[in-house]
Design a protein around this ligand. Structure first.
Ligand code: PMV
Length: 360
């Protein structure tokens, strides 16, 4: 949207705005460890969420006298936030070569999350995807001959947060090059087309065992994979799981899905526990919840399993058709293990979208 037409010619300053919503995602095969610049050492597969998202609006105003310093203001939930602003400035600096217009515009970035602070949900994937899409959208408005390129958006999101590249498209996404999937890449994620209906209605109920900031960040965790004694075995395992998960998703094989999902979650935490230095992010209530979920599954023969992010909170994964049986189980057996009984009910979603009226 160009606003400059309303201004008298001699004062005309071009201003563009773009506003995007991008979801968080939950990985089933986990990305853990980097190579080169923000490329993964192993492939990963995730699905996009629906209720947990970031909304970002960018107003880009042409600068009268551009210089080498970028001009970026950042507001988080209505308030100026210098800590985030510095991180975003650093990120934007790395993508100027991809989006050169940034040098000639002052950017006002306003961002907010659907999920509350300290909810235990990582916001880096959704925030970087929303930011990348809004920045790219402005480039397309400046040069209307360009179409919105989702691969490019995913690539730009990856440079801010690895898992953010899987938050552009909806449903199931694969990130990382594997031979059997020709469109796969280390640089951006690809939406997986062959999905059995069972896996298109998945719920992700997030049990907030502890909402506090983690003692060791994902960035530190990725770095510890560099000299990890099990690095090569992990890369092989993740490749095997990726192949197997693609088959499960295609065929609707929930038994194998459970096996891969839980193994991936516990491997991730195992890698943390036996890295050097070692650290633990699971808490006693995480283990208690895992035991209760497995017990509930065995007793009721239901397709339900858990996964974990790099933190103590449990993501309970199950098809929507068994919700009526799972909800009482959550209420009766899991709620008491959560901080202040906090649970977030989320489900698979359709991906990022523009929030601008009339946007195609
Ligand atoms: O994208 P990062 O650097 O925040 O790392 C994400 C790592 C995990 O969430 C643990 C796994 C994943 O694939 O999302």
């Amino acid at each position: 949207m160009i606003l400059s037409e309303q201004l008298p010619k001699n004062q005309a300053t071009k201003t563009y705005t773009a506003s995007w919503q991008a979801p968080s995602n939950i990985a089933i095969v986990k990305y853990w460890g980097k190579m080169g610049f923000q490329q993964p050492i192993n492939p990963s597969i995730s699905f996009s969420l629906s209720e947990s998202y970031t909304q970002t609006t960018i107003t880009a105003t042409e600068r009268k006298e551009p210089n080498n310093r970028l001009e970026v203001e950042f507001f988080f939930e209505g308030e100026r936030n210098e800590t985030f602003a510095n991180r975003i400035l650093k990120y934007i600096d790395t993508i100027v070569a991809d989006l050169p217009y940034i040098q000639y515009f002052a950017l006002k970035i306003e961002s907010s999350n659907s999920f509350p602070h300290s909810s235990g949900i990582a916001s880096s994937a959704s925030s970087m995807a929303a930011l990348a899409l809004a920045l790219l959208d402005i480039q397309n408005q400046i040069d209307p001959s360009l179409q919105l390129d989702y691969k490019m958006a995913s690539h730009l999101a990856r440079l801010g947060s690895g898992s953010g590249c899987r938050s552009v498209k909806g449903r199931w996404n694969l990130w990382g090059k594997i031979d059997s999937y020709t469109s796969s890449s280390n640089l951006y994620s690809t939406e997986i087309e062959a999905i059995h209906p069972l896996f298109n209605t998945l719920n992700d109920t997030i049990l907030i065992i502890d909402p506090n900031k983690k003692s060791t960040s994902s960035t530190q965790g990725h770095a510890l994979m560099k000299n990890h004694p099990y690095k090569e075995a992990r890369i092989q395992q993740a490749n095997k799981h990726t192949q197997e998960l693609l088959e499960c998703l295609k065929l609707g094989d929930f038994d194998n899905f459970i096996q891969i999902t839980e193994n991936e979650a516990l491997t991730l935490h195992g890698l943390m526990m036996n890295s050097n230095p070692s650290y633990t992010l699971m808490l006693p209530n995480t283990l208690e919840a895992i035991a209760r979920i497995r017990n509930f599954r065995t007793q009721n023969h239901l397709p339900i399993c858990f996964t974990l992010d790099a933190g103590p909170n449990i993501h309970l994964i199950y098809p929507n058709e068994i919700s009526d049986k799972v909800t009482p189980f959550i209420q009766q057996q899991l709620l008491s293990l959560c901080a202040n009984d906090r649970v977030i009910y989320d489900h698979i979603g359709t991906g990022a979208k523009s929030l601008m009226v009339n946007h195609e």
